[in-house]
Design a protein around this ligand. Structure first.
Ligand code: DLL
Length: 431
């Protein structure tokens, strides 16, 4: 363990630490974020009412819409000049959701990721290949700073460029690979095609997350690469990667409870549920300065477990994310809301408001196909016109989502109509 005094803390000590930090966070939100002050007033709540950890449930929830309503910096609890970095993820409309970090936040995040890499058996002797995207996405830079903090050698290659990834992996003797699990699988297949033997390479562990995956995928990656594959979870709003991470026991991800307080709630009623229940994950950050969040509703479905882990860590564990309470899809590691595509289709004058998104995974790469109806008139026009429309839509979707989609214009009334809720998405991926 990198931080044994914390990772192995008794639950009682941990709860004390969490309460001290929670109170600071609650006060920080109340004093510095008008949104929270207004919420507290509306609920007749004062920071002083939070007298124990159990009073967490008195606090208001925060949801993604609150981030959008306060775009870009309205929820920051530190003056803009103290914010040293921002990250952002795409939103349902054109505007992304923005998060910010002070220098202290960046430092704690780096400590946290260093701890995660140590959980995968990493230390300063390791060569860490960071195949998560660098940029506004938290994956690349988040893992990067943590690997440096640990003293490891970082290869900041970012995502894509598969042949180069494989070449550097061999030439630089990468020991730990960090990327999305689907990309790891893709890399392993490509290696096989190119006759590269990863099983006998220096690679020993993988830290994979940012999208859902399964035990089957884990086995396949582990066999193909000859490594131990570990699951890492996180979301930009709460920090980025490292909110929870698996240990060598591979039986659930330990939530980093010295930084975040997790809860499971009933997504319908908002009621807090006991450990062991399946529901929506909610996190309260307890160290963040620039962007503290009270009871952030992740929309991710999971279970929290308090049974002690064989590794000796006392932090609760969460199961693999089993789904979402909203319609967000993760395609090639990018969060996609069908409504983003819908608004491109509706704003464009050439297509009808009947569409279907088909998501599939071929050769371990996600694909997105957008079927959309065009008018009778358009269909009887020249082919060139249809090609122009396809090209325009492909371009617009790529610029809104940051991923490419195949566009298929279809004749009127060919997309099945439904009497109730329209089926807009067919996800054929089998994880
Ligand atoms: O995906 C942060 C991250 C980067 C995590 C690198 C792990 C590794 P967002 O882009 O804000 O942040 O997307 C967050 O991705 O609410 C989940 O739905 C999903 N997600 C993240 N990790 C996992 C995982 C990053 N291990 C959203 N398993 C979250 C399943 C995951 N889903």
């Amino acid at each position: 363990m990198l931080h044994p005094e914390i990772e192995g803390m008794s639950r009682e000590e941990l709860r004390k630490l969490q309460y001290e930090r929670l109170i600071k966070t609650v006060n920080r939100c109340y004093e510095n974020v008008p949104f929270y002050k207004a919420k507290f007033k509306e609920m007749g709540l004062e920071p002083g009412d939070i007298k124990s950890l159990d009073d967490l449930k008195l606090l208001p929830f925060t949801v993604k819409q609150d981030l959008r309503d306060n775009y870009p910096f309205g929820l920051f609890a530190a003056p803009r000049e103290d914010v040293v970095r921002v990250h952002a993820s795409s939103g349902t409309t054109g505007k992304p959701t923005v998060v910010g970090y002070t220098q202290n936040d960046i430092n704690s995040w780096a400590d946290l990721i260093a701890r995660c890499i140590a959980m995968a058996g990493g230390d300063k002797d390791d060569v860490v290949q960071v195949g998560y995207g660098y940029g506004l996405f938290t994956g690349g830079l988040g893992v990067h700073y943590g690997a440096e903090r640990l003293g490891a050698t970082v290869i900041p290659i970012s995502g894509g460029n598969t042949s180069r990834q494989l070449m550097l992996m061999q030439d630089f003797a990468t020991t730990i690979l960090c990327c999305t699990p689907s990309y790891a699988l893709f890399l392993s297949e490509e290696a096989r095609e190119e006759g590269i033997d990863l099983v006998n390479s220096k690679l020993k562990a993988g830290i994979f997350g940012a999208e859902p995956w399964s035990e089957n995928m884990r086995k396949e990656i582990e066999n193909n690469m000859g490594i131990k594959a570990l699951n890492i979870y996180g979301l930009s709003e709460v920090m980025g990667p490292g909110v929870s991470m698996e240990c060598e026991c591979q039986s659930g991800m330990h939530v980093m409870e010295d930084y975040f307080i997790p809860e499971i709630i009933d997504p319908e009623t908002g009621e807090q549920l006991p450990y062991g229940s399946k529901g929506e994950l909610v996190f309260t950050t307890i160290t963040k300065e620039a962007f503290p969040l009270l009871r952030y509703r992740t929309r991710d479905i999971s279970v929290l477990r308090e049974e002690k882990c064989e590794c000796g860590r006392t932090f609760v564990r969460m199961d693999r994310v089993m789904g979402r309470t909203d319609d967000m899809l993760i395609i090639r590691g990018v969060n996609v809301f069908p409504s983003q595509i819908e608004s491109v289709l509706l704003e464009n004058g050439d297509t009808e408001p009947h569409y279907l998104l088909v998501v599939d995974r071929k050769d371990n790469l996600d694909s997105l196909e957008v079927l959309v109806e065009v008018s009778d008139k358009m269909f009887s026009d020249e082919v060139r016109k249809l090609e122009e429309v396809e090209k325009k839509l492909r371009h617009e979707i790529a610029s809104v989502l940051g991923i490419s989609a195949k566009i298929k214009l279809v004749e009127p009334k060919t997309i099945p109509r439904s009497e109730g809720k329209a089926t807009r998405v067919i996800d054929k991926r089998k994880l």
